[in-house]
Design a protein around this ligand. Sequence first.
Ligand code: CA
Ligand code: CA
Length: 362
Amino acid sequence: MLAKTLVSFLTLALIAGAVPPKKATCSKGRTASDAKCCIWFDVLDDIQENLFDGGECGEEAHESLRLTFHDAISFSPKLFRQGKFGGGGADGSIMAFSEIETNFEASLGLDEIVEEQKPFALAHKVSFGDFIQFAGAVGVSNCGGGPRLQFLAGRSNHSIVSPDNLIPLPTDSADVILARMGDAGFSPAEVVDLLASHSVAAQDHIDPTIHGSPFDSTPSDFDAQFFVETLLKGVAFPGNGSQPGEVLSPLPGELRLQSDFVLSRDPRTTCEWQSFVDNQKLMVQRFTKAMAKMSTLGNDVRTLTDCSEVIPVPKPAASNVAHLPAGKTLKDIQAACKATPFPTIKADRGECSVSDRGYAIG
Ligand code: CA
Ligand code: CA
């Protein structure tokens, strides 16, 4: 009886311990849960050093994150229902057909990052669709407080050129943006979640005279500043007067997109917008979830391999709560969420302009 119990116990122990996940050994002694992920450690080393200047959250990181969206959002079930090709989503088409897709009005300027990225994808023999999403995830992990995005590998390298007019423009109304994003499967709240990306973003082509002007005062930090600064009263244009897609900005050196302005005050999106002002953790969590959806648009996730473990762990955020730029008070906030009062947040001391914060404009 004792022997039998012992055998049962041993059997149980064996079953419990019998399936340690088999780890594949990759380069430099690193391990992965699936051998298919090993290649991505090599891509990581290469792009951190040679694309992101040693792991920075600079222009290449900003543009790489933007590229993930412009490749993926070209996906329209509505067009498919009409019997037309609606785009392959996150399929690498913007790199495969860059001469066409980067000439779409919404994607002007992306030809530069496509040309920078493409040799890495070719050298490592990975698909364009995978590479674009991987580079975006690695780039944003370099930003302080950044998300550690999911990365699934295995997208086909076959794509067809996307139809035009599927990427929202800064000149679009809230109705147009929410309808287009809704067609691609995103709720109004998820549109706001995705816009957390504008916390680490800058423009080049809305007003080319102020190349590289950011959308918040901290473009190297994935913080909640974007969500508070967009709610401030606009006072001036930072560059060469008013441009299409641009509205008055609250701070020198910062450019405000008309699309961000309308969505920050629209009844369908303003409460989600405001909810991030004093909760950067929530912002990261929601962004991560929405990006998992966006980065796989047009793909069957059951055919992809989870290689998220290759994505670096970002540095923690400096603060979970945004602050008012110096010289601003809560009276400058144009809060539009009726359901919840605007949170009480602190103001910085001294003078504030975006260039004060060490972000070079020009
Ligand atoms: Ca695409
Ligand atoms: Ca920021």
